[in-house]
Write a protein that binds this ligand. Structure first.
Ligand SMILES: [Mg+2]
Length: 234
């Protein structure tokens, strides 16, 4: 099977900050504390509005405005902390899926520099044959722009289709609105709801619900037992 993973909220638990909000939060923390800082106040407002889901994909230009001019080594510091959120059990699950021959890709509307570095520091980057998200552009080791590859939810679906994946042999795992086009496309849509006491099962709609990454192992086994017609490759 192919397995398409979302990053923020799916592979990376929220604290409640996602990886981009964590980067902005770190930028604010590292600003000079004794200066009345308008940019700091506005950046906090951007983080809050994004956490509330008020600004959708309009977040990205604001995010870039706030991050622009920041030295690239901040990514090392932020992703070190973010990698600590991924449990050993989750890492082992992703490794086991790779060993079993499943092709895993990570497609995110977030920032590739963050997701890639987190996966690397967690020792699981090699579990993914591709990582597709938006990329920072650096000039003289400073963030100067962003290359949009997956700005909108539909861009994630287009990325998966361009990989040659088919809905019949692709599991999609996501947690939020940016995953909806992909979830609706796949024959095997899975939504992760962390801190959910319900066991894996149906949400009442077509999506299967899991409460932790490890639940994907019995889910895959269930596909092989019950829907062999869908399994064209391992
Ligand atoms: Mg997400």
């Amino acid at each position: 099977m192919n397995i398409v993973w979302d990053f923020d909220g799916t592979i990376l638990p929220l604290t409640p900050h996602d990886s981009e909000q964590s980067l902005l939060s770190c930028i604010v923390k590292e600003m000079h504390p004794h200066v009345l800082n308008l940019k700091g106040l506005l950046t906090r407002a951007i983080i809050y509005a994004d956490m509330k889901g008020w600004i959708g994909h309009y977040f990205k230009p604001l995010y870039l405005w706030a991050a622009k001019g920041t030295k690239e080594d901040i990514i090392e510091r932020v992703t070190e902390e973010l990698a600590g959120r991924i449990s050993m059990e989750d890492r082992n699950t992703l490794k086991a899926l790779q060993r079993a021959g499943h092709k895993q890709v990570l497609i995110s509307c977030g920032t590739e520099n963050l997701s890639r570095a987190v996966l690397h520091k967690s020792g699981i980057l090699k579990c993914f044959s591709d990582v597709v998200a938006n990329r920072f552009i650096f000039k003289d080791h400073v963030i100067s722009g962003i290359e949009y590859r997956t700005l909108k939810p539909a861009d994630k679906l287009n990325a998966v289709i361009s990989m040659g994946f088919n809905p019949e042999d692709t599991i999609v795992v996501g947690d939020g609105p940016t995953d909806i086009p992909l979830l609706n496309w796949s024959v095997f849509p899975v939504v992760i709801r962390r801190n959910n006491n319900e066991k894996a099962g149906s949400s009442g709609c077509r999506y299967s619900i899991i409460s932790e990454i490890a639940d994907i192992i019995p889910y895959v086994k269930g596909i092989y037992r019950g829907n062999l017609k869908f399994t064209q490759n391992p």
